[in-house]
Design a binder for this molecule. Structure first.
Ligand code: FVH
Length: 289
């Protein structure tokens, strides 16, 4: 891997995200070659100064760095089949969403492979709030870091190519947990005509206050030394009432039931006196459900 030409890049895949990535590279002044299965998606980028390649191999050979962003890992494998030897000596940064195992399998196909997880939606790319997680070849990442930073803040996590996907899904888990709880709350107060926008006056500071307890929760998860300020046995009873109240208001408790099930399992496993952090113990058993 050399960094002598690190300012040029190729983008394979020009869907909503791939186009945003190519636009950000062009805006940052990096000469950019693009390719997409449906050629018409390259037109606006060519108008912005990109060079359109007619084949995957031609696109890859145009730059020392190729960024791929397709619908899924299967499409990336197909693309690599099409690329032949073009990647030899070049760096592949895969920003397609996939599992850690997908990333590790793809890494076996390219010598200089970096996987990435994009923590942003297309309009955020190139802006101050975009974050991209990377893992895989540290040498390749370091050589192309200046170009990659034009997409958003770049955070390198380590040599295991699966790490970026793992962190990506862990962050998404936090996000979906928050949205699930907030949507259940809106549905609940909505049964009495309270608009979600009005309820936010209470909900948002409450969630902020709960988020501020995460450092303590995380310490308990790491140490296995769980606090007992809000014992799970007490919380499980409270959540049972929450479920009953939801049903009585005509709201399905579907988003809350899995939390109750884990609490019951933790209590049955002897964690009734522990704080909520002890739920990780139950999850780590990985029992099929
Ligand atoms: N958009 C978003 O908000 C999220 C943010 C977080 C990361 N994701 C992931 O990014 C990947 C691409 O997402 P996208 O939004 O660009 O997706 P689409 O607009 O649907 O574009 C899909 C592109 O994939 C091409 N493609 C599909 N199948 C193949 C194939 N077999 N061979 C070659 N290319 C293929 C498709 O080409 P075409 O249909 O235009 O010809 C598009 O370029 C994704 O992993 C998200 O999870 C985005």
């Amino acid at each position: 891997v050399t960094n002598s030409e690190t300012s040029t890049a190729t983008v394979l895949g020009l869907g909503a995200m791939g186009s945003a990535l190519a636009r950000a590279l062009l805006t940052a002044g990096h000469p950019t070659t693009v390719w997409n299965r449906s050629a018409d998606k390259a037109v606006p980028l060519v108008e912005q100064g990109a060079v359109r390649a007619s084949t995957v191999a031609e696109a890859i050979e145009a730059s020392p760095l190729t960024i791929v962003c397709l619908v899924d890992a299967t499409a990336v494998h197909e693309l690599l089949d099409e690329a032949g030897d073009a990647l030899s000596g070049r760096v592949l940064v895969n920003l397609t969403s996939g599992t850690p195992e997908h990333a590790r399998t793809l890494a076996d196909r390219a010598v200089h492979y970096v996987d990435g997880g994009i923590m942003a939606v297309p309009p955020m790319i190139g802006g101050p709030d975009a974050l991209v997680l990377y893992s895989g070849s540290g040498e390749a990442f370091a050589a192309h870091r200046p170009v990659l930073e034009s997409l958003g803040a770049a955070r390198y996590l380590g040599e295991d190519p699966g790490l970026a996907a793992l962190y990506d899904f862990a962050l998404l888990s936090g996000m979906y947990g928050m949205f699930a709880g907030a949507l259940h709350a809106y549905a609940l107060v909505g049964t009495e005509g309270v608009p979600a926008t009005a309820f936010n006056e209470l909900l948002v500071p409450w969630l902020d206050a709960m988020a501020s307890t995460l450092p303590r929760v995380a310490e308990e998860v790491d140490s296995g030394d769980y606090g007992s300020d809000s014992p799970l046995a007490m919380q499980a009873t409270g959540v049972a009432s929450l479920i009953e109240a939801s049903r009585a208001q005509g709201i399905t408790p579907d988003l809350i039931l899995p939390v109750k099930r884990l609490m019951d399992e933790a209590v049955a496993a002897g964690h009734g006196d522990s704080d909520v952090a002890a739920l990780v113990r139950v999850m780590a058993r990985g029992a099929p459900r």
